[in-house]
Design a binder for this molecule. Structure first.
Ligand code: PLP
Length: 431
């Protein structure tokens, strides 16, 4: 038998989520990816040490740089995303912060949408400026021209979420990618809420895709992880990124110009940020991630089917003032949902505002019996949270409002339970 499914890119998504990136023949024919619970690996020969530490050879010496369990997860995700390379890290925030610092240096600027996860917003507003990296937020995410207006001479990345957290707005990725590219700037997309099963931003021009793999990719709420994937054809040597030029000069003779042409972003992020800043993912977590990936398409189909039924119920409920779910025909994002999610539907996250204000929101949180009141999302189990007093805690009101967060806002992550039970739970909680 010749097993080839691990690197056959012509296979369908569900086949690749089970086979891509892992060749059992290289691991004692273990069918489940082994957990290489080892901090370091024997180097073996003197000459090999030179090859490893000059990055000529891709092997493993120390787990902070790479690990065979993690490498399999990275290859699987790169395959599912349609990218040239992926890098896994200790959390979604580690992946996003490293990705952006991999692009921007002190004095540079990043352009971002305001409709993003509260943690990313706080990092951009409070931490990045301390390192000399300024973030300009666009004034209107629904108008691609506002991205053009925000891009300046020193802009080194445009950052958006494909489905905004928690507003669940959809940004016209294709138009924003065209605008970013016209300025020689890469588009970085946090695709956490969408997953590569529902949307692959590279097909619409994105250059880097980031994930909190804590969420749907893992899918079972048992560990924290992050991933970045590179499309592989951005021109990093245009002169706009002096640190990329320097990296290329330093490594082209050992890593090779061809590999760098395809994976420069990922190699640089691994060698500089993962290895030196150290936010590595544990092999055990990579194993959980692989397990979760095996059922990604199945879970997402169920998530989305349930979400639509829950959204339709909430839309018709007397206690609900507003619902934001792009799969509803009444949503202002319905047209973009059809464009970007024509087959699978626009995810399973939604936010609602309640007519009864904060008191009503508190009541729902304390009454739910199946939805869990917690800050995570993308677990197979349903969750609900009050963003103002958790994820967006302490933010100025106008910053929170721009991300769709008010004191009467609740965010729902619709899981894979029976839809009728979820609806009954919300009905009793809202009643
Ligand atoms: N991006 C999005 C859209 C998120 O919702 C989150 C976390 O909730 C993150 C990034 C950060 O991920 P992590 O918690 O894995 O660091």
């Amino acid at each position: 038998m010749t097993y080839k499914a691990f690197d056959d890119t012509s296979l369908g998504f569900s086949t690749r989520q089970l086979h891509a990136g892992y060749n059992p023949a290289e691991h004692n024919r273990a069918k489940a990816v082994p957990i290489y619970q080892s901090a370091a690996f024997e180097i073996g020969e003197y000459e090999r040490s030179i090859r490893l530490f000059s990055y000529q050879e891709e092997g493993t010496s120390y787990v902070r740089f790479s690990n065979p369990t993690t490498a399999a997860a990275e290859k699987r995700i790169a395959s599912l995303e349609g990218g040239s390379a992926a890098i896994a890290m200790g959390s979604g925030m580690a992946a996003i912060s490293s990705a952006l610092l991999n692009l921007a240096s002190p004095g540079d600027d990043i352009v971002a949408s305001r409709t993003i996860y509260g943690g990313s917003q706080t990092m951009f507003n409070k931490l990045f400026p301390r390192y000399g990296v300024h973030v300009t937020f666009v004034s209107d995410e629904d108008d691609p021209q506002s991205f053009a207006a925000a891009i300046g001479e020193n802009t080194k990345a445009v950052f958006i979420e494909s489905i905004g957290n928690p507003l669940c707005n959809i940004i016209d990725i294709e138009r924003v990618a065209e605008i970013a590219h016209a300025h020689g700037v890469p588009l970085v997309v946090d695709n956490t809420f969408a997953t590569p099963y529902l949307l692959r931003p590279f097909e619409f021009g994105a250059d880097i895709v980031c994930y909190s793999a804590t969420k749907y990719l893992n899918g079972h709420g048992n560990s924290i992880a992050g991933v970045c994937v590179e499309r592989g054809d951005f021109d990093w040597l245009s002169g706009k990124f002096p640190h990329m030029d320097a990296f290329y000069g330093e490594h082209k003779d050992t890593i090779g110009a061809e590999t760098l042409g395809r994976e420069m972003f990922t190699k640089k992020m691994r060698i500089e940020y993962l290895t030196e800043f150290g936010a590595h993912i544990s092999p055990q977590t990579s194993f959980y991630l692989m397990q979760g990936l095996e059922t990604l398409s199945l879970r997402m189909e169920r998530h989305v089917a349930n979400a639509l039924r829950v959204a339709e119920f909430l839309e018709g409920h007397a206690a609900v003032k507003e619902i934001s779910y792009p799969g509803l025909a009444s949503s202002i994002y319905y047209g973009l949902a059809k464009k970007y999610f024509p087959v699978g539907g626009p995810g399973a996250m939604m936010s609602i505002r309640l007519k009864g204000g904060l008191d009503a929101a508190k009541r729902v949180l304390e009454r739910v019996r199946i939805f869990d009141y917690m800050v995570n999302v993308g677990d197979a189990k349903s969750m609900i949270v009050h963003p103002m007093t958790s994820i967006n805690f302490g933010q100025p009101k106008e910053v929170a409002a721009a991300a769709g967060v008010y004191e009467d806002t609740l965010r729902l992550s619709v899981g894979c339970e029976d839809a009728k039970d979820l609806i009954a739970d919300l009905e009793q909680a809202l009643g």
